[in-house]
Design a protein around this ligand. Structure first.
Ligand code: GDP
Ligand code: MG
Length: 171
């Protein structure tokens, strides 16, 4: 059994896109239709077992300060990974992603950090307003990992974290 490699991961994205739901699905394999908003921040851990390594994610799920600029440094200090979530049915949640890319001096996730862009609520395909190609192009341009997922059905949620885990080098 290899010794787990600890990785601090922060959740970023606008309110109600499903950040807490993605974490709850990943950590407990649960989903709540009427999830109460997160108060302050929640801390959860979950391991990802790969063939050659075990990554132990220490996840900070934030609330109320979803805008990157107002996020307290304690949440992202020393964070090696981030999940930036948006809702595929809400075009409005996309400008946040642009804001993220336009704050380079405050951007703590430069090289050797792993960021996954996640289009959540994939189960609401019929209400989609953000095209996959648009988000994929943005992710490629910014050098981010990209996945569309549904915290509700669980589809592709594991993949989000596994893709990040694969990128983490063995110490
Ligand atoms: P957060 O503010 O980003 O942490 O968002 P929450 O996790 O609190 O979710 C906000 C709302 O969206 C809740 O009512 C969730 O039940 C709902 N929700 C979250 N993920 C999904 C999803 O994948 N599909 C659908 N249909 N609803 C979701
Ligand atoms: Mg939340």
């Amino acid at each position: 059994q290899p010794k787990p490699v600890q990785v601090k991961l922060v959740l970023l994205g606008e309110a109600a896109v499903g950040k807490s739901s993605l974490v709850l699905r990943f950590v407990n394999n649960e989903f709540h239709e009427n999830k109460e908003p997160t108060i302050g921040a929640a801390f959860l851990t979950q391991k990802c077992r790969l063939e050659d390594k075990i990554i132990k994610f220490e996840i900070w799920d934030t609330a109320g300060q979803e805008r990157f600029a107002s996020l307290a440094p304690m949440y992202y200090r020393n964070a090696q990974a981030a999940v930036v979530a948006y809702d595929i049915t809400k075009q409005v949640s996309c400008p946040f992603l642009h804001a993220l890319s336009k704050t380079p001096q405050k951007h703590p996730f430069k090289p050797k950090h792993y960021i996954a862009l996640v289009g959540n609520k994939l189960d609401l395909e019929s209400e989609r307003t953000v095209p996959t190609e648009e988000a994929q192009a943005y992710a490629t341009e910014q050098g981010l990992l990209f996945t569309e997922a549904s915290a509700k059905t669980g589809e592709y949620v594991m993949e989000v974290f596994t893709e990040i885990a694969k990128k983490i080098p063995l110490e």
